[in-house]
Unconditional design. Structure first.
Lengths: 310, 257
């Protein structure tokens, strides 16, 4: 489906993709990497928006930069979310479908179907300027799906979605992937990708660092400290309690009142036992989330391995 | 055929999308400006039908100022506006040539400006008697002006993506406002020279035969058809060049890489 051979992309002296070689048969893949890691560059190369400085890019055996017809089989949802403010979602998706070669009536039917599919049936006639971030994301997704492409390429499609919409879109993508069509989903959040596919490509600094199944990534993550940010009513008392646990490797105060960051190699155990500790200490937790730093730490480790450092 | 259809789809969508109150108000304001000047001239006792200066004033106001202003705002930033709004990538991943997208957008900008200039001409009729011959001549010069200036601005917009407006203003100030009036052969490279010559021919104004050497360099004795061919030929060449460049450019914003 996608074949990249020693692809390098330079923007002047800045490197966007660094000697990337990969060959992906049809299926669903998650492209995982921190912000600025080169995910969008790679997607732009695959969709024919960029020309590689070195190497070759082939999609279904054809060059996406030169072969305009190839785009008929690809659906793309870019990361940017600014849309035409005074145009309705229906008009916009219909317009893009007409550019895809569909007749006016068929384009309208397909646009309605796609917008209905992403839960925008009621709002599709309203100007997009009044849409929430989540609605704009769903509109973008609809335009990528509307022409029923063979390969769907999505750049951070779950950004800005509320939990319900996130679930709906995840389900939609999962069904898409199960249908046997191609999917390349770029994200910087591991669990977002994991909810859709179990095959990952890990990219950082423009380099493809690793690829494989979810278990392999988790095995890599097992050796990397995960950071969890906790905001509670008494950070120092919470720290005192956490330090008694062997699974906790380090604790750091962020400077923000009631906030601390816990470093652990067993986040699942920590999450499971946290209610018990809260009950012991009568502490109140206002916020609990994993920082992106854990994923960054994984990428840092992979980069070190990639460079041959211990 | 497919390319033509795509250009038509883009043109239709652009016309609809740009139908906003601010743009309509701006268009009306632009159309009213020459009418206000005509009213002032009329108030001062000028007879536009007979007065050569009035004819030149209307030529400078409608096929020049109104058309240039409209195109400066609507044709020069065609691609830059899409990139800024991050909407370009949705168009660029469709199986249509970039040339079709450019053609559709260019036509929409030209049609908007022609409509604005013709409205201005109609409003001028209310401000003072312009005369049927002058009206028809100006009405014929407007599309020629819009097509050619539009093509120049589109090419500048494709060449200088981030500074499309600056490049267009610089071009207008240097070539169309300055070089066009230099009594030397270099003025033939300006659009205004050809429009001016057409104006003189079609209005039967005193031409180069009657004037000095300088006047002969400011006007041409070539037939009107020659100037029309030059303007339309230049339009075709400039648009082809713009489409060729656009097809080869990588249009991705720095924060999208």
């Amino acid at each position: 489906m996608i074949d990249l051979q020693h692809v390098t992309k330079l923007y002047g002296s800045v490197i966007g993709a660094n000697d990337v070689t990969l060959s992906l048969p049809p299926g669903a893949y998650g492209l995982l990497g921190p912000n600025g890691s080169g995910k969008s560059t790679l997607l732009n190369l695959i969709t024919g928006q960029l020309r590689p400085t070195l190497g070759t890019v082939r999609v279904s055996g054809r060059c996406p930069w030169k072969d305009v017809e190839l785009r008929r089989r690809i659906g793309v949802c870019p990361e940017g979310e600014l849309l035409y403010a005074n145009v309705s979602a229906l008009e916009w998706v219909r317009y893009l479908l007409e550019l895809h070669g569909f007749g006016s009536r068929q384009a309208a039917e397909l646009a309605e179907k796609a917008l209905d599919g992403v839960g925008l049936a009621d709002a599709m006639h309203r100007p997009m300027g009044g849409y929430s971030r989540g609605m704009r994301q769903r509109t973008k997704l609809a335009q990528a799906l509307a022409h029923e492409p063979d390969l769907l390429i999505l750049d951070e499609p779950l950004n800005g979605l509320d939990p319900v919409a996130r679930h709906q879109v995840t389900e939609l993508l999962r069904h898409w992937a199960q249908g046997g069509k191609g999917l390349l989903l770029a994200s910087h959040v591991l669990h977002e990708v994991e909810a859709v596919t179990h095959t990952f490509l890990l990219i950082c600094g423009g380099r493809l660092l690793a690829s494989g199944a979810a278990e392999e990534v988790h095995a890599l993550l097992a050796d990397v400290p995960n950071e969890i940010r906790i905001r509670c009513n008494d950070a120092r008392q919470m720290a005192q309690r956490l330090l008694q646990e062997e699974i906790v490797e380090a604790i750091r105060f962020t400077g923000e009142e009631g906030s601390l960051v816990v470093s652990t190699r067993s986040p699942a155990t920590l999450y499971a036992r946290l209610p018990e500790w809260i009950a012991d200490t009568q502490l109140q937790i206002a916020e609990l989330h994993s920082t992106d730093d854990s994923l960054q730490a994984l990428f840092d480790s992979l980069l070190r391995i990639h460079r041959g450092k211990p | 055929m497919k390319e033509l259809r795509s250009a038509w789809v883009v043109f239709r969508f652009e016309c609809r999308r740009t139908l906003t109150l601010p743009r309509l108000m701006f268009g009306l304001g632009l159309a009213l400006f020459p009418a206000a000047i005509v009213a002032l001239l009329q108030y001062q006792g000028a007879h536009l039908e007979r007065d050569e200066r009035g004819t030149i004033a209307l030529f400078l106001l409608i096929p020049e100022v109104v058309c240039l202003m409209g195109l400066l705002l609507w044709a020069a930033p065609l691609i830059h506006a899409e990139l800024e709004a991050r909407t370009w990538s949705y168009l660029a991943v469709r199986p249509v040539g970039r040339g079709s997208i450019l053609a559709g957008k260019y036509l929409a900008a030209v049609v908007w400006t022609i409509a604005c200039a013709w409205l201005s001409l109609v409003l001028c009729q209310f401000a003072g008697p312009v005369g049927p011959r002058l009206t028809w001549v100006l009405a014929a010069l407007v599309p020629l002006s819009c097509l050619t200036y539009g093509a120049i601005y589109v090419l500048l917009g494709v060449l200088f993506l981030q500074r499309a407006m600056v490049a267009a203003v610089a071009y207008t100030a240097i070539l169309e406002a300055l070089v066009a009036w230099i009594p030397a052969m270099i003025n033939q490279f300006s659009v205004q020279y050809h429009l001016r010559c057409l104006m003189v021919k079609w209005m039967d104004l005193p031409g180069p035969q009657a004037g000095s050497v300088e006047q002969r360099l400011l006007f041409s004795d070539a037939p009107a058809a020659w100037h029309v061919v030059v303007l339309l030929g230049a339009t075709a060449i400039l648009l082809t060049a713009a489409a060729w460049i656009l097809r080869r450019r990588e249009l991705v914003k720095a924060d999208e890489i």
